[in-house]
Design a protein around this ligand. Structure first.
Ligand SMILES: [Zn+2]
Length: 267
């Protein structure tokens, strides 16, 4: 499968489609039994392998920065990792990269590699806002949202094959192997987004950041969305219900943490 660099940089979803189509599919269907009930659910080891492969490709295509912004992002990322449970710390391979692109975007790949585009980084004005987006993305990884979404998509697709009478084994096996096909479109559900907000918020507060940073992040993205919709919002739609939920969570659980400086624990 050949993709041009332009196609390649469009979205996390496309990157994953590409990574799977170019070799990870065999791993997805041949390794040890999946941990979850859904037989299509990629295991944690598979998610990490896939994420690491896709991360390599991203780092080939984009310039990774090693300036003060990169240092700051890594510092905040590892502060958030330190505040996770020992099990989460053991399970996932979080890494934090700033890459040069004007796109207003950030995403984490399955397994833990996270990428922050300068287009978003440069619009964030304090560490708590950065912790907000980072905590949110890390939560998608920890909750295995990509893998679950992938599994549901495959299940639906298999259901369709059965409905159409394509019931003999070879066509099903073929279906399972061709995960890069045109049916492959994944979106995080509203439920996933709200769950990532909730877990991300808990994580950033545990790491010492001001929870209001999450709201400020939303405001930055929302302000842009009328003129130049940020790429980030196509994978993570921002609804009024989401914002209201985070405000409620802060009021109910974290109001005592609102006095913290927005810059966060390391200035
Ligand atoms: Zn999200």
């Amino acid at each position: 499968m050949h993709e041009s660099p332009n196609e390649f940089c469009v979205s996390r979803r496309k990157l994953l489609t590409w990574a799977i189509a170019s070799g990870a599919s065999a791993a997805l269907v041949s390794d040890a039994a999946p941990a979850e009930a859904n037989i299509f659910m990629p295991s944690i080891a598979e998610q990490k392998k896939l994420g690491a492969q896709a991360a390599q490709q991203i780092l080939k295509k984009y310039r990774e920065l090693h300036d003060s912004r990169a240092i700051r992002f890594k510092q905040i990322g590892y502060n958030l990792v330190s505040a996770l449970s020992p099990e989460d710390r053991r399970t996932w391979n979080f890494s934090f990269h700033v890459i040069e692109s004007k796109q207003v975007n950030a995403f984490a790949l399955p397994g833990g590699p996270m990428f922050m585009y300068t287009g978003l980084m440069d619009r964030l004005t304090n560490n708590s806002q950065i912790a907000g987006v980072t905590g949110h993305e890390m939560a998608h990884v920890r909750l295995q949202h990509w893998a679950k979404s992938y599994a549901n998509e495959q299940e639906r697709s298999l259901g369709l094959s059965l409905l159409l009478g394509l019931t003999h084994a070879s066509s099903i096996v073929q279906k399972l192997a061709s995960v890069g096909d045109s049916l492959y479109t994944l979106h995080y559900s509203r439920h996933d987004e709200r769950q990532a907000d909730e877990y991300g918020l808990a994580n950033m507060v545990a790491a010492g950041y001001n929870p209001e940073g999450m709201i400020e992040l939303f405001m930055v993205l929302e302000k842009m969305s009328s003129s130049q919709p940020p790429a980030f919002l196509s994978d993570h739609p921002l609804t009024t219900a989401r914002i209201a939920d985070v405000r409620r969570l802060i009021r109910e659980k974290y109001s005592q943490d609102l006095h913290r400086p927005m810059a966060g624990i390391h200035g």
